[in-house]
Design a protein around this ligand. Sequence first.
Ligand code: PBG
Length: 327
Amino acid sequence: MAVFPITRLRRLRENPKVRQLVRETRVSVEDLVMPIFIFPGKKQKRSIKSMPGIFQLSPDLALKECENLLKIGISAVLLFGIPASKDPNATSGYAEDGVIQQTLQLIKKKLPEMLLICDVCLCDYTDHGHCGIVREEAGKKFIDNDPSLEVLSHIAGSMARAGADVIAPSDMMDGRVQVIRDELDAAGFKHLPILSYAVKYASSFYGPFREALQNQPAFGDRKSYQMDPANSREALLEAEQDIAEGADILMVKPALPYLDVLTKLRQEFSVPLAAYQVSGEYSMIKLAAQHGIGEGRSMVLESWTAMKRAGADIIVSYFARDYGKYL
Ligand code: PBG
């Protein structure tokens, strides 16, 4: 009697065609978003030591990268800027000729079919590397929430004018989705969706990204505004808040260590969900593959399948360019 269920389930596994037919989760190349790091210049490409295979690109090479992505069926990119200059107030984030603004105009003109998702945060553009405006009181520095909102809305508006298709705030300041929505609506961009990094943990898996973007905080850490890895009910509060403020898509970040959170959100909310396989997750798999510890392609495809199984609709991954073609 006990043997029967095992035999029955095996009948669905042994024949690869049957296995394929009963598969519950599928990943499609259309689910993927490729992040790109962009710095000012022409025909320039800089490697990132802690992320083998990923580069900082000048806008013209970012355009090339987009052409190649479209050829393999990836039609969405997430853009991060490394500006020529940084200051305490992130002003280069909303310069009309800023590096991302130029790139948006260029790609929009040459490749209108590419979906341009723009990361909106202060840390790309501040000299102190924090995601908000820093204030000092009684000898203590802290991140000042409300003045940060104004700068975020400037950056979002500027990206929209330059051609962004989706605005993706990643700063974790409270109330930013609302101010960005208001700014977009007032500036004639009612149609642009907001993809909010609603559930972003203060994670140790962002290490390589900070080399990629050169935005390591000059002091302290991001624990006052990013979430405690031990919390998951709090993720629901973050998500509720962002939906109430007008977020159209929510992101959970990092991905693999937080699949339970993704599932929780999937069960509670009907909005589309994205999972961000972050830099540290990329480098762990990449280095393991380079050292022959595992097979890159199958580790990546398995990790993407797990994200979709957990509830993700969208997968942001630095592996998109190299492994998207195997889907
Ligand atoms: C910053 C930002 C970070 C990432 C995306 N946007 C890093 C951080 O918060 O320190 C991480 C992405 C990655 O690690 O791949 N706003």
